[in-house]
Design a protein around this ligand. Sequence first.
Ligand SMILES: Cc1cc2nc3c(=O)[nH]c(=O)nc-3n(C[C@H](O)[C@H](O)[C@H](O)COP(=O)(O)O)c2cc1C
Length: 205
Amino acid sequence: MSGRECDDAPRLLALACSPRRGGNTETLLDAALEGAAQTGACIERFHLRELRISPCLHCGGCVRTPGQCVIDDDMQQLYEPLRAADRIILASPVFFMSVTAQAKAMIDRCQPLWVLRAIEQQPVAASRLARAALYLGAGGAGSPDSFDGARLTLNAWYWTLEIAERRELTFGGMDDEGAIRGHPTALDEARRAGCDLAAWRSHEE
Ligand SMILES: Cc1cc2nc3c(=O)[nH]c(=O)nc-3n(C[C@H](O)[C@H](O)[C@H](O)COP(=O)(O)O)c2cc1C
């Protein structure tokens, strides 16, 4: 997905963050992308389990050279889409009350963007439209606080990425691999959420 290839269509970046192929959150993501595709969104999807993304080293490199990460790994493929996407969908199960390690490594590696925004006071977003994000989550427990940890982490990430419109669709009680398919409304809800996210426009646009 490059700006040119997408022409005027909104750019949607999808991040599948579960280590489990075809699991609950990936199934939700498939449905959400089906909905988004109906609106003509230009979709680029990454499976983080297939990428080699080192944890942040807190080496200070991104302060010395603002906005640049010195680690040469697959995270370098994500910086441009993260900055340019009009829409982002992150799909992650709850692991020990937060997002997966795959998601967290990617989020921590957004520290160069945090440096740009918080220290350099430069824009991070390079999108054409006001940005919006959707979190798709699944957890084995049915407890109402299951997604609180993920929410806190994502809110800090959204702030860094200048994403004001924040949505989520989460399902507890989903431990088995195919459990989400047995939910009476989950996939329809995900399809609708993907469609709504892609079609959303800020009042200023
Ligand atoms: C390492 C690990 C930690 C987990 N921690 C939690 C947790 O804290 N709360 C919860 O509700 N479910 C937890 N789960 C269950 C998963 O969130 C659940 O199985 C989910 O449906 C997996 O989604 P996926 O199929 O997209 O990978 C954990 C699973 C694993 C493997």
